[in-house]
Design a protein around this ligand. Structure first.
Ligand code: NDP
Ligand code: ZN
Length: 353
């Protein structure tokens, strides 16, 4: 079969791969819709996973099942399925401990385009189909369904990690597709004020539609200083980090009230350490919590998130700025994510068979 792969660091292209083999609990799907991700860019061009060769890319998509293993109970050939980017091993000790996302070792639930071939191919493999897939809800647009693989779950996880409650003031740092979903998640969890940090006009418009009350540009000076000024020196109750660098933690700690939470979902690609400013961290006694996490996967999780879409509580279609058709557009879609033109939020490619 044809697969679009990271051939080597900084090099991608179409290659031939054997069709994946279906285990007794597994499913084989063909893609119906696919999206490229900032994480693909980190993988190929920023050495996030090291020296991978001939690794099929792609971890965001919707599939049609072409084969199921003989122990799969709830899915059959022809079903159209939501496929979370994270597909844990549900029998693992980590899953039993409540952290399925780290099954088999830290970040081990992230399999597609990491420890096995991803979805940018004629066929892809899903482990533990009953536990990791969900049916595409009736009538859901395939592009929107693709946002349920990673963007919505990751942004919403940022809001969970930041432990947002009714009336909290929140700063969301970064309003690419992940941060925009974090804005919506913060809004649904009852934030009173949401300061959204970004500079691209498209993203700002969508951030407002998702519930941002104030916009701050990191290009106009230190974010912490802008937030402190806007809050009469008080700072915010919660911070979600969905963009920036290792230095962004320093900003987040500075703008956070004592007892506050920082939820990070941003990938930290450079440097050996993150900096926590000692005095702003209450000289070690400020009860300022810092948590970082990979999104949760699994069927129940994606079904619940999908129900927020079908009930109209969140509309991920606002993220989709570019729509392509056909497998041969995968490369253009990936390069668009790498080059990030100002009008891009998220691209999808619909595949017609
Ligand atoms: P984008 O690149 O689309 O968005 C990044 C955002 O951060 C933009 O709003 C950008 O502003 C802003 N930004 C850039 N530099 C700074 C800075 N110095 N200070 C503050 N804000 C800044 O990324 P995505 O939304 O696609 O992804 C965000 C992150 O989430 C990535 O690191 C990605 O790898 C990670 N991720 C994590 C997952 C998880 O499970 N934890 C899953 C998927 C992705 P501007 O408007 O100027 O562009
Ligand atoms: Zn992704």
């Amino acid at each position: 079969m044809k697969a679009y792969a990271m051939i080597a660091p900084n090099k991608t292209g179409w290659i031939e791969k054997p069709k994946p083999i279906c285990g007794p609990l597994d499913a084989i799907c063909r893609p119906l819709a696919l999206a490229s991700c900032t994480s693909d860019v980190h993988t190929v061009w920023e050495n996030a996973l090291g020296n991978r060769t001939n690794l099929t890319l792609g971890h965001e998509g919707v599939g049609e099942i072409v084969e199921v293993g003989n122990l799969v109970k709830d899915f059959k050939k022809g079903d159209r399925v939501l496929v979370p980017a994270i597909t844990p091993d549900w029998g693992s000790r980590e899953a039993q401990g409540g952290y399925s996302v780290h099954s088999g070792g830290m970040l081990g639930g992230w399999k597609f385009s990491n420890i096995k071939d991803g979805m940018f191919a004629e066929f892809f493999h899903v482990n533990e189909a009953d536990a990791n897939l969900a049916l595409v809800p009736e009538g859901m647009d395939l592009g929107v369904a693709t946002m349920l693989s990673d963007m919505l779950p990751t942004g919403f996880h940022g809001a969970e990690l930041a432990n947002i409650g009714f009336g909290d003031t929140v700063c969301v740092i970064g309003i690419g597709p992940v941060g925009l979903m974090a804005v919506r998640g913060a809004s649904l969890r009852g934030a009173s004020k949401i300061y959204a940090v970004g500079s691209r006009q498209n993203c700002i418009t969508v951030a407002k539609a998702y519930g941002a009350t104030d916009i701050i540009s990191y290009k106009n000076g230190k974010i912490s200083e802008q937030i402190l000024k806007a809050t009469n020196g008080e700072g915010v109750d919660r911070v979600i980090i969905a963009g920036g660098t290792v230095d962004t933690f320093e900003e987040a700690v500075k703008m956070l009230k004592a007892g506050g939470y920082i939820g990070n979902v941003n990938y930290l690609g450079e440097g050996d350490y993150i900096k926590i400013p000692r005095v702003d961290w209450g000289v070690g006694m400020g009860h300022k919590h810092i948590v970082g996490g990979l999104m949760f996967g699994g069927r129940l999780r994606v079904e619940k998130l999908a129900s927020l879409v079908t009930s109209g509580r969140v509309d991920p279609s606002l993220l989709i700025t570019h729509r392509f058709k056909g497998m041969d557009k995968i490369e253009e879609m990936l390069f668009l994510m790498r080059d990030k033109p100002a009008d891009l939020i998220k691209p999808v490619t619909i595949i017609e068979w």
